[in-house]
Design a protein around this ligand. Structure first.
Ligand code: NAP
Length: 246
């Protein structure tokens, strides 16, 4: 799918937040972007802006991933971005359904998309897998085991690829953001917007665009330059548990 001679970039979870901003940044960097998410109508609006292609995608559904993969004949870049958190609870009180959602979306979703696109990335002669994990993939915190566990597992799959793909024309980059203001906290707290807003109170968080620019930078380095892991946080955030609030 090299449209108007532009290389194809696939972005999962492109209907919102970091994924939507990444689709725009990669479009501006000269990619033909294929945007996938369940809310495909949102992807379609962005696709129209950047002359991209929107397609329905549920990363938790193997048939949906298969159909999505079959509809994209070639790709140079895959951005595994779809994901998120559900709930904030101690291990003792954790909701098994929340854990299942986080594993299905972040971990198995990344596995499914990576498996679907590796042959195409390889065939491009200059492929790239970028996975958006989190600082939650680097540390752990109270009430966060469902999310930190899923992000660690997603990161293990991603980081293992680096060695497995040595000698092949495929770069592998992990993006580990700290606090970014998106729909993330609304999803985590099941639509409780007041609780979600409190997460960003008294601090200037990263914007989705900040992360998208970083992803586009990694994607536009020359083929021999692999940015392995990029950690970016708001200036006022030191870790998953320490931040300065005004
Ligand atoms: P967001 O605004 O909630 O966006 C999440 C995206 O994932 C949406 O486009 C959503 O699309 C998609 N998604 C969720 N389930 C999906 C599924 N089953 N199939 C396909 N797409 C699905 O949150 P965000 O902050 O941009 O999150 C993007 C990534 O960054 C996630 O992996 C998140 O864990 C990571 N991250 C976020 C932060 C933060 O503070 N915001 C920090 C570090 C890492 P649909 O609902 O339309 O399917």
């Amino acid at each position: 799918m090299t449209v108007n001679d532009r290389p194809t970039a696939v972005v999962t979870g492109a209907s919102s937040g970091i994924g939507a901003a990444t689709a725009r940044a990669l479009g501006a960097a000269g990619f033909h972007v294929v945007l996938g998410a369940r809310r495909v109508e949102r992807c379609a609006e962005i696709a129209k802006e950047i002359d991209g292609t929107a397609m329905p995608l549920d990363v938790t559904d193997a048939d949906s991933v298969r159909a999505f993969g079959e509809a994209v004949p070639d790709a140079k870049l895959l951005v595994n971005n779809a994901g998120g958190a559900k709930g904030l609870a101690t291990v003792e009180e954790a909701d098994e359904e929340h854990w299942r959602w986080m594993w299905e979306t972040n971990v198995l979703g990344t596995l499914r998309l990576t498996q679907a696109f590796l042959p195409k990335l390889r065939a491009s002669g200059d492929g790239h897998v970028i996975t958006v994990t989190s600082i939650a993939a680097l540390d752990f915190y109270d009430k966060g085991a469902g999310y930190t566990g899923a992000k660690h597992a997603q990161a293990m799959a991603h980081r293992t690829l680096r060695g497995e793909l040595l000698g092949e024309p495929i770069r592998v980059t992990e993006i580990c953001p700290g606090m970014v203001e998106t729909e993330f906290s609304e999803v985590r707290f099941s639509g409780d917007t007041e609780r979600a807003a409190k997460v960003y109170q008294g601090i200037t968080p990263l914007s989705a665009g900040d992360v998208a620019e970083t992803i586009a930078f990694a994607a536009t380095r020359p083929p021999h330059v692999n940015l392995d892991q990029i950690v970016l946080k708001p200036r006022a955030q030191a870790s998953g548990t320490r931040a300065h609030r005004e």
